[in-house]
Design a binder for this molecule. Structure first.
Ligand code: SAH
Length: 233
């Protein structure tokens, strides 16, 4: 199968409600990603079919969890994962946050070029962004950013009450989730729930750790990043 056939077949299986322009948008995104990657470090995955399976379809499994109009923050989006595929596939409103300016510039140029209106990229560290944007999001997503106990402190302050943190993790994330139980509780989350998914054309199972905010996050959090890292909750 070529990349287009692979993408269409995969989306039919895991995110069948995708809008008609999604396939062209994602293939254009792939092309821009590969081009920009020649002169900056965006992704280690460069083969077109692998971009479809290991980036797009890996992220697409979250699409059915994000309702129309939901405000979603993608924390540590990097080259736009999972935020860009999810913005293309859903009617949710995305803020793509990253601490690296070059990646944010690449994303804003790409969103404008592709005419993607329901996403914008913002350059900031999550723990600093939280000062101005506390309790502002219905969902926070993240993939490959940090250990879950540290991620909780970055993500939960940004969620409104009843909001949901979806942390994409490897299948064997039980111990990591166990280590984050205290952080989850202190920061206002219900006990984490591990959702197991199988992205199309993938050998490996994928886990999503789901945390629902059921109590306000105490004002002392998030702390500065050095503290979060040296003394995780
Ligand atoms: N989510 C992407 C990128 C993972 S690399 C993917 O799955 O492909 C991790 C990214 O998180 C980097 O781009 C880094 O700049 C960003 N990051 C790490 N800590 C951060 C923080 N505290 N605030 C904002 N971005 C952060």
């Amino acid at each position: 199968m070529n990349e287009r056939e692979l993408l269409i077949e995969g989306l039919e299986r895991c995110a069948p409600d995708y809008p008609p322009q999604a396939v062209d948008n994602l293939l254009s995104f792939s092309e821009r990603l590969r081009e920009a990657n020649l002169h900056m470090n965006l992704t280690a995955i460069t083969e077109p079919n692998e971009i479809v399976t290991r980036h797009f379809l890996d992220c697409a499994v979250l699409a059915p969890m994000l309702p129309q109009g939901a405000r979603v923050l993608d924390l540590g989006t990097g080259a736009g994962f999972p935020g860009v595929p999810l913005a293309v596939l859903t009617g949710a409103e995305f803020t793509l946050l990253d601490a690296q300016r070059k990646r944010v510039d690449f994303l804003n140029e790409t969103l404008a070029a592709l005419g993607i209106k329901n996403a914008r990229a913002v350059h900031a560290r999550a723990e600093e962004f939280a000062a101005e944007n506390r309790e502002s999001f219905d969902f926070v997503t993240s993939r490959a950013v940090a250990e879950l106990n540290q991620l909780c402190e970055l993500a939960l302050p940004l969620l409104r009450m009843g909001g949901v943190f979806l942390a994409m993790k490897a299948a064997d994330c039980e111990q990591e989730t166990e280590n984050a139980l205290n952080a989850a509780k202190v920061l206002g989350s219900a006990p984490p729930e591990i959702i197991r998914l199988r992205p199309p054309f993938s050998e490996a199972e994928r886990a999503v750790v789901r945390m629902e905010k059921i109590a306000p996050t105490p004002a002392a959090y998030p702390r500065r990043f050095a503290k979060i890292r040296s003394k995780p909750l």
